[in-house]
Design a protein around this ligand. Structure first.
Ligand code: ZN
Length: 345
């Protein structure tokens, strides 16, 4: 009986099947006691790639979008060119006897989802994903997976975000209100992903000159180069009509003329003044995605994984399990011949 073993290691998600090992999104600080057949990188956010330097060495194949490579390169990551396998949504390839299909994740520039076909089982990995169009990204594709590993960062009903068109309308009204009161809006979000959406929103809703930080400008330019579109009239520095900055700049943005607004799904929980404009799917979109992907086993990942696993098991009758942060060595085992599942510690 073949078994697929999925492990939440201290440096990424590891999928073991026969003698093959596929490592996905290395995020830790630990070396690993084996050599993966290859590494899949979903996107360039630090919490999905910061463990690369501990697991990547010359000769290890790395599968990623070309956009992700350029973003990582701009962040100082180094690779040997011959190890890189560039993919884009719609691609299918076979590596070491494992077939990989690539999908759009709709999260940030270059973000990909992967399906691995192992024997008769199709494993889907969403990575961070957004199941909704935005002004800078296209809604995530649905992976027709048997076993679905899904981003559950906002997998709790608390994070049922309003639809994008409603949020955009509310943001536009807020920006107008700030201008009418004689203040300058300072929009804050993650530099990579949200930074591009906010630049576009600021330019579309306000016009004039958008002032951005050097880091956001760098990501904006890579975005524009790949998408062959302009995000608007932005400059680095202080001579803007509206400002777009990183989260970290909030404390440093002082002065009575600024009105600071935060853009993140977390504003709901932490009650900050801002908008729940997220590059991840909110709760209702996650549920919608699972319904459409129609898997027979789900492994939610990240912040609300435990809650979501219990919920879909109880409410939908779909088998689900999660990696408990307290139990580092837990593996989830999928028995292929039985299409049955059990997890062991
Ligand atoms: Zn991300």
């Amino acid at each position: 009986m073949s078994r697929i073993i999925i492990s939440r290691t201290k440096n990424g998600i590891l999928i073991k099947y026969n003698n093959k090992r596929v490592l996905i999104d290395p995020d830790g600080v630990n070396r690993i006691p084996y050599e993966p057949n290859f590494i899949l990188i979903s996107h360039a956010h630090a919490d999905h790639v910061r463990g690369l330097r501990h697991v990547y060495k010359k000769g290890t194949k790395v599968v990623l979008a070309k956009e992700t490579y350029w973003l990582l390169k701009s962040l100082g990551y180094k690779f040997y060119d011959e190890d890189l396998i560039f993919v884009k949504p719609g691609d299918s390839l076979s590596l070491d006897g494992i077939s990989i299909t690539v999908y759009n994740a709709g999260h940030i520039l270059g973000s990909c989802m992967f399906a691995l076909d192992l024997s008769r089982v199709r494993i889907g990995y969403t990575g961070d994903f957004n199941f909704e169009d935005t002004v800078v990204t296209r809604k995530a594709d649905v992976i027709d997976a048997d076993l679905l590993l899904i981003d559950a960062t906002y997998g709790h009903p608390l994070f049922s975000f309003p639809p994008r068109n409603i949020l955009y309308k509310l943001i536009r009204e807020k920006l107008r209100e700030i201008f009418d009161s004689g203040l300058i809006p300072s929009l804050h979000g993650y530099a990579l992903g949200k930074g591009q959406e906010l630049t576009r929103i600021a330019y579309d809703f306000v016009g004039g000159i958008v002032s951005v930080t050097g880091t956001i400008a760098k990501f904006n330019r890579i975005f524009e180069e790949f998408n062959k579109v302009s995000l608007g009239n932005y400059v680095i520095g202080a001579r803007g009509d509206v400002f777009v900055k990183d989260f970290r700049e909030i404390r440093r943005t002082n002065g009575e003329r600024f009105k600071k607004i935060v853009f993140s799904g977390w504003v709901i929980k932490f009650n900050k003044r801002g908008f729940p404009l997220s590059s991840h799917s909110g709760f209702t979109k996650i549920i919608d995605y699972i319904y459409k992907a129609d898997p027979d086993f789900v492994i939610p990942l990240y912040s609300n994984a435990a809650f979501l696993a219990r919920l879909i098991n109880r409410e939908f009758g779909i088998k689900a399990d999660f990696f408990d942060d307290e139990v580092k060595s837990k593996d989830i085992i999928y028995n292929v011949s039985l299409r049955g599942l059990n997890s062991s510690h």
